[in-house]
Design a protein around this ligand. Sequence first.
Ligand code: A2P
Length: 286
Amino acid sequence: MSALTKLTDVFTLNDGARIPCVGFGTWQTPEGEVVVSSVKHALSCGYRHVDTASAYENETGVGQALAQSGLERSEIFLTTKLWNADRGYETTLKAAQLSLERLGVEYVDLYLIHWPANNRIYDDPVSVNQATWKAFEKLQKDGLVRSIGLSNFLVPHLEQILAVANVPPAIDQIEFHPGYPQFDTVKFCQEHNIQVEAWSPLGCGRVLTDERLVAIAGKYGKSVAQLCIRWALQHNILPLPKSVHADRIESNTLVFDFEISAEDMARIDALPEFGFSTFSPYDLPF
Ligand code: A2P
């Protein structure tokens, strides 16, 4: 049973910050009018948590949407991410500053290392990840970022960070959807009080026509998208659904008026792998 009843209910992070339990995703949302109007629409539908990244190349538009929304900065939980080309101590400090400038804000609520460095492009990826984390701790100390965390870090990468962290990561944002739940990483995070966020909670749209999910969603009178979002929440995972369509942005919020049964949770959990993005942190060539 999930105690969450609305979009603005929160998960409390290990640093005490409170994060609205569903975030609005913006990966692949184009910069300009599309991102401005979709983020504004999301805010008008009640989302108070927006997730972007330097690599999405839409930070400027996200910032404009926030500014035009009429909401106070403090009412919105804003996340952005450090891109791979900026890993390392000094480069991270500079990149964070540039993200803040593009967003037009004094701070972000959450800053994430977008992907761990790996052996394909670094002789010593562990040192790179650890140096980047030290810069994150500095950014937090300086008040430019409120919470700090990771994205796409699997158990070995998480262990690298925990080995040197003065501040443990508050979040790990990973690919998580039916057919690709990465339960080993989820278990590790939940045991270490690291909140898991789900990127592509709808499998980037790939899982929405799956007949098994269509059948389960039908039992609740819900769409597969709503089922996927609810399934993440019932796992205490924070979903970040993305859409540029007003009707979908709104319908993706209607996930608090039903409860997936334990049997159906187990059925979805047990689905064999499908819908994987193919982006593996172990061999991403960038
Ligand atoms: P669009 O942006 O054109 O609405 P994810 O959040 O897993 O990355 O999935 C995002 C993808 O799923 C996008 O292609 C988005 O398309 C699509 N999508 C988002 N919400 C819905 C929905 N309620 N029904 C169908 N497709 C959706």
